[in-house]
Design a protein around this ligand. Structure first.
Ligand SMILES: NC(=O)c1ccc[n+]([C@@H]2O[C@H](COP(=O)([O-])OP(=O)(O)OC[C@H]3O[C@@H](n4cnc5c(N)ncnc54)[C@H](O)[C@@H]3O)[C@@H](O)[C@H]2O)c1
Length: 366
């Protein structure tokens, strides 16, 4: 194989907050040549100053003939169009989360990638995060006992997005993490969402996801309007509980040897007795290697491009998550907004793979 053929040429489309990180990690992978593409001139100037020697282009079309693969890191509403352009030109594509902003676009990408025989991968970064791997190991080992429920919180002040609501922006991470931990997709969901600021999108939302095989529910809280930055996943088992705090430097996974048992209170004279008993024990923090998840993910994409292997987070996996997000939307996001009160919407049963919506409330500040 000649020198030229050993190099994998990658266009990173979108040099914003996240695309700049892709450009950095892709540039660090041996034998990868990066072209940064952005429609804004100042973003290209910034890219060129940070990565001297890097190629730049004002549009994907300008450099499409000179690359083998494309990373789509533009805002979600443009993912489908940019990715389709790349796929139709026979390029392998890594699309940032969410894969697309509708199920039909996601299906089109998956089908087109199949027809063109190119690899389509979605950037579910947390599935490449050693802390999430460790959490899954703990859940699967049975050390927590029977899982009772999962709770996640992804909160901070911003970043407000222009083209998607807080559910499409942040919940892909949590749905990806929880379904990865449990090994199944939710079959039913409830959503409560509210727009507090501006006139565009819900900025605070709660989802309840039902996982049929595990027989449990997961609760997801996402917010752009919270004073504290929180990135937390809690798995509550009937023997122990585990907390993954993504913001901790050296204690990202803690296992709590604590629990609650129902007390046997048969004596009716014990009116004030506690209905439960508590177990408390050690808190253990587990070692998690500090590999940068985005680098692990992008290296995996390059490996798939080079070997033809199917990505662990394939286009189909991205589409699974889009189906869940679209269910939340169909329950309220597309409905006429009301200034007060709740919309309780028993939605019609969706085709297989898309969770049934059992309750929904999308409301706006008056
Ligand atoms: N995996 C993660 O943890 C993670 C974290 C943050 C963002 N993201 C995802 O990354 C994507 C980008 O988010 P962001 O916060 O970086 O957005 P951003 O607004 O900061 O940057 C987007 C950039 O894309 C450019 N752009 C838009 N349309 C373009 C087009 N057609 N061609 C070329 N350039 C174009 C814009 O000029 C801008 O520089 C989103 O899909 C987001 O969901 C993922």
């Amino acid at each position: 194989m000649g020198q030229q053929e050993a190099i994998t040429r990658v266009a990173v489309v979108g040099y914003g907050y996240w695309g700049s990180k892709h450009a950095r990690v892709m540039s660090s992978i041996p034998d990868v040549a990066v072209t940064v593409v952005d429609s804004q001139e100042e973003r290209l100037v910034e890219a060129a100053s940070r990565h001297p020697g890097i190629r730049i282009a004002g549009s994907l079309e300008e450099c499409l003939d000179e690359v083998d693969a494309v990373v789509v890191a533009t805002p979600p509403g443009s993912h489908a169009a940019v990715a389709l352009t790349a796929i139709q030109a026979g390029k392998h594509v890594l699309v940032e989360k969410p894969l697309t902003t509708s199920v039909s676009e996601g299906e089109l990408l998956v089908e087109s990638a199949g027809n063109e025989n190119v690899r389509l991968m979605v950037g579910h970064t947390f599935e490449y995060n050693p802390a999430v791997w460790k959490l899954r190991e703990i859940v699967r080992s049975g050390v927590l006992g029977r899982v009772l429920y999962v709770d996640t919180a992804r909160l901070s002040l911003g970043r407000y997005q222009t083209d998607v609501n807080v559910v499409w922006d942040l919940a892909p991470h949590d749905i990806s993490i929880i379904s990865y931990l449990l090994g199944e997709m939710p079959t039913a969901m409830a959503v409560w969402a509210h727009r507090n600021i501006g006139n565009r999108h819900a900025d605070v939302a709660y989802l309840r996801l039902n996982f049929e095989l595990a027989g449990i529910q997961a609760f997801v809280h996402v917010s752009w309007l919270d004073p504290n930055k929180v990135r937390r996943v809690t798995v509550v088992g009937d023997r122990k509980m585990a907390v993954y705090n993504d913001l901790s430097d050296n204690e990202r996974i803690r296992v709590y040897d604590v629990g609650v048992d129902p007390a046997a209170i048969d004596d009716s004279t014990e009116a004030h007795a506690m209905p439960v008993t508590y177990r408390t024990g050690d808190i253990t923090s587990l070692y998690v290697p500090l590999n940068e998840p985005l680098l692990v993910q992008d290296q995996h994409f390059i490996d798939c491009v080079r070997t033809g292997a199917r990505p662990d987070t394939s286009g189909e996996r991205g589409l699974d998550i889009v189906r869940v997000l679209a269910s939340a939307d169909s329950a309220g996001g597309a409905w006429p907004m009301t200034s007060s009160g709740a919309l309780y919407a028993p939605a019609p049963r969706e085709p297989a793979g898309r969770p049934e919506v059992v309750a929904a409330a999308w409301t706006n500040a008056s």
